[in-house]
Write a protein that binds this ligand. Structure first.
Ligand code: FMN
Length: 255
């Protein structure tokens, strides 16, 4: 197996870091890798806020569903789907007047494209960091509490939170314990979408279910992975809040 594959197949999320700051040199390499990520039409529809202010990190730890590791992580990067820079640039240049093409507000297609850009860039950062012995964890809860996050980071309407990464050097005794995924059969489809029977879904999710069974982390005796997901994730307050918050920032984006 080559080195890149070996690294990709052994990456796992890290939530507890060595206290050391990320070196200037390593941060430069991570930034370069982020900038080399594919981007729609080479337009770089994203921005990355490096949250250095400890008070802001503390606040983010609370706003992102109370995850204290955010406050202590050496590096906290918020990735934004960002059309604001383009909107500003078009305005400065009066590109609509000059071209005779009436200005249109950014829509959900622009939003989706910029989101893709931001997340792809973040993942390049994850891979680069991993290669330098720097562990990382995505924080999906950055899409909650939009109004407060917007104020905290001074976000204009067309710069919306896509994802957040916390990073730090791996502790030397960090164990690599990979989490099983569902089976490949549930993921890879030929030529068209394939729906699955309950038995196929049970079988496909067998390994992750076993882990929860062993760790005694199922919501009740005999629960399937669907029961666990439904109870522990899908129906939770944080998922309700994510849905509410995204509606708000999508609405603001289109205004
Ligand atoms: C979109 C997204 C959001 C996530 N949000 C969080 C989070 O808020 N807190 C956390 O501890 N881990 C979070 N994670 C990490 C996942 O829990 C982790 O990737 C998953 O359990 C699989 O583990 P692995 O990355 O070690 O294989 C997130 C991952 C992704 C891709």
């Amino acid at each position: 197996m080559n080195e890149v594959l070996n690294q990709l197949l052994n990456r796992r999320t890290v939530r507890s870091f060595d206290k050391r700051d990320i070196s200037e040199e390593d941060f430069k390499s991570i930034k370069k890798a982020i900038m080399r990520a594919p981007t729609g039409g080479n337009m770089t529809f994203y921005s990355v806020i490096n949250v250095k202010d400890q008070l802001k990190k503390d606040e983010l730890a609370i706003l992102c569903d109370n995850q204290p590791m955010i406050a202590t992580a050496p590096l906290v990067l918020v990735f934004l789907a960002d059309m604001q820079k383009w909107m500003d640039y078009i305005k400065y240049c009066k590109s609509d007047e000059k071209s005779g093409i009436p200005f249109r507000k950014p829509g959900v297609g622009d939003f989706h494209l910029a989101m893709q850009d931001a997340v792809i860039a973040a993942q390049s950062g994850v891979v680069a960091a991993d290669s330098l012995g720097i562990g990382s964890c995505y924080i999906g809860d950055i899409i909650e509490n939009y109004e407060k996050i917007q104020k905290l980071l001074n976000l204009p309407p067309q710069a919306a939170p896509a994802c957040m990464l916390i990073m730090g050097y791996n502790k030397s005794n960090a164990k690599v314990n990979l989490l099983d995924r569902c089976s490949e059969d549930l993921v890879f489809m030929d030529d068209e979408y394939k729906s699955f029977t309950k038995d196929e879904l049970d079988e496909g999710w067998e390994k992750p279910l076993e882990r929860l069974q062993k760790a005694n982390r199922l919501p009740y005796e005999g629960a399937t992975l669907a029961d666990s997901f439904y109870t522990r994730k899908y129906s939770t307050e944080f998922m309700k809040e994510m849905n509410r918050s995204v509606e708000v920032f999508l609405d603001r984006w289109k205004r």
